[in-house]
Unconditional design. Sequence first.
Length: 68
Amino acid sequence: MNIIYMLLAISVFVAIFFFVAFLYSVRKGQFDDTHTPAIRMLFEDELVKDVNAKSDTTSKSTVNSSKK
């Protein structure tokens, strides 16, 4: 039974250690994304083209079905 208390204490200590390490890394900016904003403008046009292409095919099929 004593081993359970010891393992519980060790696991709580390890969890606290990882939580403190996580908070430290967040405050120091380890999770700041500095790469994506620089390349975001390169991929924005592709998303707009895909949306326009889908709407063009939808509008063409609607026009074709209305002509019948």
